[in-house]
Design a protein around this ligand. Sequence first.
Ligand code: ZN
Ligand code: ZN
Length: 320
Amino acid sequence: MPNPQTNQETEHARPGNLPFSLTILGAGSATPTLRLHQTAQLLTMGSDYVLIDCGEGTQLRLIEQRIRPSRLRYIFISHLHGDHYFGLPPLLSSLNLGGRTEDLYLFGPRGLDEVLTTIFRVSNSHLGFRLHFQVVEPNEPALLLDHPQMTVEAIPLQHRIDCSGYLFREKPHKPHLLREKLPADVPVAYLKQLKDGHDILGGNGEILYAVADYTEPGPPPRSYAYCSDTRYVEELVPQLQGVNLLYHEATFLEDNAQRAAEVYHSTARQAATIAAKAGAGRLLIGHFSSRYKQFDLFLDEARTIFPETYLAIEGETTPI
Ligand SMILES: [Zn+2]
Ligand SMILES: [Zn+2]
């Protein structure tokens, strides 16, 4: 498991201040339209950018959003249907052309490395940076990444081919020090100990400063779950329990529930049902089939089950 140290540790270390937001780059499904682009999302995690899926044209979406691709550090690909990763080889090529030297961490299904290796071999291209690839096993909710401030777990989905979602979870924040309650001359070492959750003891083992008296709990850790292409899978609910923001695909409306089941996709109502059962804070839906011209119908259908549902709108950024 890669456990890269970030070079922004000090900035990351401030509890509760970690920028954590999601920008939708593409919310469409497999058939291209001029209105919706293929799936891609950008998660801002502190000073790191995380790309989640990379449909065709994703690098153009990044340019449109004025997002510097050089800040990408992690890429998570859900599955090998083209609408979720055909934008990856050109993005990697552009990073290379741009002179990237920093390591990049790629997570995805078995076979993705083979595709990329073949493309770069036949075009006689050599990346000037290290691309670390980790296979994501499709049936296990495994821990994939232990970042200084976050963990990322795989979410086993059920689609026509191996497919995984991803759960990004902030690590618990350290307690907030109530500095004003402490004497001005208290040693700095004590402050650190209190923040780390340890009482300060005197020479005879007596408590000089108790954590409970001089700290208050940090903000609750935030989480984001990305459930890419999948049929309705109620077994996801325990893993998603209490997630702050859930993205769940909603390719169809209930009028096509039969079709959704056949092609291993979900309806808006099913996405909302998962959100409701998991007690999610908010639900974003996307991956709408090109057969629909009106997306408000998705919202209406989902909100009858889960009122805090929103459409994934390209170009919009949602704080988590
Ligand atoms: Zn898809
Ligand atoms: Zn798919």
